[in-house]
Design a protein around this ligand. Sequence first.
Ligand SMILES: C[S@@+](CC[C@H](N)C(=O)[O-])C[C@H]1O[C@@H](n2cnc3c(N)ncnc32)[C@H](O)[C@@H]1O
Length: 233
Amino acid sequence: MEEEVPQEIVQKYMSMLEALEELPLQYLIGEWDFMGRTFKVEEGILIPRPETELLVEKVLSLLEKDKDLLGFEIGVGTGCISISLLLERPRLRMYASDVQQKAIELARKNAQRYGVQDRLFLVLGDMFEPVKDMVFDFVVSNPPYIPKRMWEKLDPKVRKEGYLSLIGGEKGTEFYERFSKEVGKHLKEGGFFALEIGHDQGKVVRKLFEKEGFRVEVYKDLSGQDRLVVGWK
Ligand SMILES: C[S@@+](CC[C@H](N)C(=O)[O-])C[C@H]1O[C@@H](n2cnc3c(N)ncnc32)[C@H](O)[C@@H]1O
């Protein structure tokens, strides 16, 4: 208590406080926790959310423990979903894509941190384009699902996570519309997909997938809001 704090530390502290007015705390400290593990985060890439842990838990509940499995994640971001799955299922291998090179590089660093880089194949590109001819046991994604008109209304700190991370076209459902038409040919018979959805998107998204012939379940989060959709081929 008697020691005086050095000026340079006081200055660093003050400038960090100032930066916090515009930047989320997570970007300032450079990492954030997801499912009990710490992931590097960078501006422009979604900060892992607690709601998304539900998606990982649901997928884990559907994956057998001692089986060789192949999964695909669209929109890898920090890598928190794929890396969490790989750490819980040692015989799983995952492909994971993103349209942002920055996300691919960040996910690579996080995969190295947790020693799963040999089972995570990171690919740059849109939707299923980087895995054109491949079929998987399952496909998972936490896609952008906020309607375009909401962008300006979002907290400026949230906007630091980036348009591509958050906005799902005019109605917010553009990703699901495209995905519902393409996912079937990339799933093995009996395979499934699992997607995070917005709290008011359960009905619309269920309809989209039922129209394409999938058996569909919508799950709620702990606050009773629609949060996940799972479909089986
Ligand atoms: C909501 S963030 C999810 C990031 C991470 N999976 C998570 O849950 O924290 C959506 C990610 O999908 C990527 N993305 C958006 N549209 C895409 C598309 N058509 N194909 C591949 N990736 C896409 C974005 O760049 C962003 O990194």
